[in-house]
Design a protein around this ligand. Structure first.
Ligand code: ADP
Length: 601
């Protein structure tokens, strides 16, 4: 009962992505089957007419009617084919959209969780590589629809045959043969059901195994550069051999032994059903129950009937097999966000005054024993230029993630204009920040869309910002200006950008949003020293009255900031201007500064 509801729930959700799709498929199945049954029915009529010595004129009429009917039905089927294709395109599109929407709507810590990453990968791989999950459900449902329509047609004609058989002698024989037919069909159904229950558990096991193997596969993704420099071919060969051997071992033992054994009984029953059908038609024809034309008809229909039953049984089996994969799919959509969502509106202030304070904030990542941040107390003043420095792993990025509420503090609280930031509408709170993260992403869409993050852009503003961040020269070389696609994934005219160039575009994107806060996490790491010096020299002007936070490794870049925070092992150990900090010869800043100065001297 519970298992049924998995498929039904998945079907409800899936068909909702385009409610026209499945009704169109049913209509398509009706016309496809009608074409076959009609032509067989007309053939039987023509044969009867021929053997009964019907007049030529009547015969021609019969043939013409058959051809016209077939043409009509097939034309309708062809029109439906196109409609179904379009409907499927829309359905697939909406389905993918729902998947991305769910992913992006999840709390950030959920997206980072290994379990949830694993489910997402499992769903995607099963869908695209193994064709399980909703794709499998769709294909199975099409087969089932087809089989059911087929059965409806053939059952009607089967009834006609039964009435003819009832009038013939040896009625008891027909009963025995029909009982044998029903028994073989039922036997096939039961054995298929039994097999598929085992098959379902088995495929789930294989799916997990293959997922692990694919992970090994991704671990040595052959990218070219590293593999060549470090001559990794022998290691790759070895991993590859191990993977494929594992694969073969799993598949040979599984498919070969367990699966063929599972499927054998239902195959035998289906063979018995086909045999019995033939026996019935041939026997009753020889007893004179059917005219010659009807023999052609009934043999064809019975073949279709057993085929339909076979497909039906296989379909039920596949539904069972697919259930664990649908359960994964639904499990992903069932993940609930547990981050508190406040309803307080963020005031739209023209003076951009948003005072943010950290009060005794400590933070520990889920599954981690150590605190990444400890006892952070800090007041961010509107409009200030703040630099955050410290060694790798000292907690700088975590601090920014907490500020943007990608995570909530484990202890303590963060306030904005005196209210805990959890109380604000999350979307509106996020809208006051523009961040260039270290691992920022540009999309493979035109430059203008990348800068504006919208379908349209303000040309003058986008070009000005690209100029200000030092992208002007490269921009001048772009033949299609803001229309130029970034990367070549979707457009062979797309341009590849160097790390430094991409970072400049990411900077322009952050500035385009015109938010009260701009945060740059190592914004200049990929920039050459000259570009960096240029940007920093102009940054004060570029960021205007915004509050700016820079995380930087190059301390020389921080000298211009109003205040520098020094992070060490998750704590703020120093705070002050460059001169103030440098005057403390025992401080961390002094140590870091001199460690770097020796390279710049
Ligand atoms: P920084 O930006 O100063 O280099 P981070 O804030 O990235 O430092 O990291 C601070 C600490 O938190 C480090 O010890 C790091 O290993 C740990 N850390 C960072 N991200 C995660 C994560 N997603 N899960 C667990 N630990 C993390």
């Amino acid at each position: 009962m519970k298992k049924d509801s998995t498929t039904l729930r998945a079907l409800k959700q899936y068909s909702g992505y385009n409610p026209r799709y499945f009704p169109l498929c049913i209509l398509q199945a009706v016309f496809k089957n009608a074409s076959f049954f009609f032509s067989l029915w007309m053939t039987a009529k023509i044969v009867d007419a021929l053997s009964g010595g019907t007049e030529k004129r009547e015969l021609y009429l019969l043939v013409a009617a058959a051809l016209a009917g077939i043409l009509l039905i097939r034309s309708a089927a062809a029109v439906l084919d196109r409609q179904v294709e379009t409907a499927l395109e829309i359905l697939a599109n909406h389905e993918a959209e729902a998947f991305y929407r769910k992913t992006l709507g999840l709390d950030y810590d959920k997206i980072e969780s290994p379990d949830i990453r694993q489910i997402r990968r499992k769903i995607e791989e099963n869908q695209h590589i193994n064709l399980y999950g909703v794709i499998n459900m769709r294909l199975t449902l099409l087969d089932l629809t087809n089989a059911l329509v087929n059965l409806a047609f053939s059952a009607a004609l089967f009834a006609e045959m039964l009435s003819l058989m009832a009038a013939a002698p040896f009625r008891w024989l027909s009963l025995i043969l029909l009982a044998a037919l029903v028994a073989s069909v039922a036997g096939g159904f039961l054995s298929r059901l039994r097999g598929s229950k085992k098959g379902a558990a088995y495929w789930d096991e294989i799916g997990t195994l293959m997922l692990n193997e694919n992970r090994i596969g991704q671990g040595y993704k052959v990218s070219g550069m590293d593999n060549r420099i470090y001559r990794q071919q022998p290691i790759i060969n070895e991993l590859n051999r191990k993977c494929s051997l594992d694969h073969k071992r799993v598949f040979i033992s599984a498919w070969g032994k367990r699966f063929s054994l599972l499927e054998a009984p239902s195959a035998v029953f289906s063979w018995l059903a086909t045999g019995t059908s033939y026996l019935i038609v041939c026997l009753y024809c020889s007893l004179g129950a059917f005219p010659v034309g009807s023999v052609i008809k009934y043999v064809g229909y019975l073949q279709k009937l057993t085929e339909g039953i076979q497909t039906l049984l296989e379909g039920f089996g596949r539904i069972k097999e697919n259930e664990p994969f649908l359960a994964d799919y639904l499990r992903f959509f069932d993940i609930e966000n547990d981050m508190y969502q406040g309803g307080l509106a963020v005031e739209k202030r023209s003076d951009k005054r948003f005072d943010i304070s950290f009060r005794n904030v400590s933070f520990r990542y889920a599954g981690s024993d150590d605190f990444a941040l400890r006892d952070i107390n800090l007041d961010l003043r509107s409009g200030e230029r703040l630099a955050v420095v410290g060694m790798n792993g000292s907690g700088k990025t975590t601090f920014v993630k907490l500020l943007c509420r990608l995570y909530d503090p484990t202890e303590g609280e963060i306030l904005m204009n005196d209210f805990n930031i959890r109380k604000y509408d999350y979307r509106q709170y996020l809208d006051i920040f523009s961040v260039v993260f270290q691992d920022y992403n540009l999309l493979a869409v035109p430059l203008g869309n990348n800068v504006s993050c919208a379908a349209a852009w303000n040309r003058e503003k986008a070009e000005r910002l690209l100029n200000e961040v030092g992208f002007g020269k490269r921009y001048g070389e772009m033949p299609r200006g803001l229309e130029t696609p970034i990367y070549k994934e979707f457009d062979s005219d797309g341009v590849e950008l160097s790390g430094g160039e991409a970072q400049k575009v990411a900077l322009a994107r952050a500035l385009y949003r015109d938010t009260p806060f701009i945060i740059l996490d190592e914004p200049t790491a990929a920039l050459d020293p000259i570009a960096e010096a240029e940007i920093y020299a102009r940054f004060d002007e570029i960021v205007g009255d915004k509050t700016a936070i820079y995380i930087s490794h190059r301390l020389s870049s921080c000298q211009l900031c109003d205040r520098i925070l020094v992070f060490h092992e998750g704590r703020i150990v120093q705070s002050g201007t460059h001169q103030e900090l440098l005057s403390d010869e025992t401080g961390k800043y002094y140590e870091l500064w001199h460690a770097q100065a020796q390279y710049y001297a």
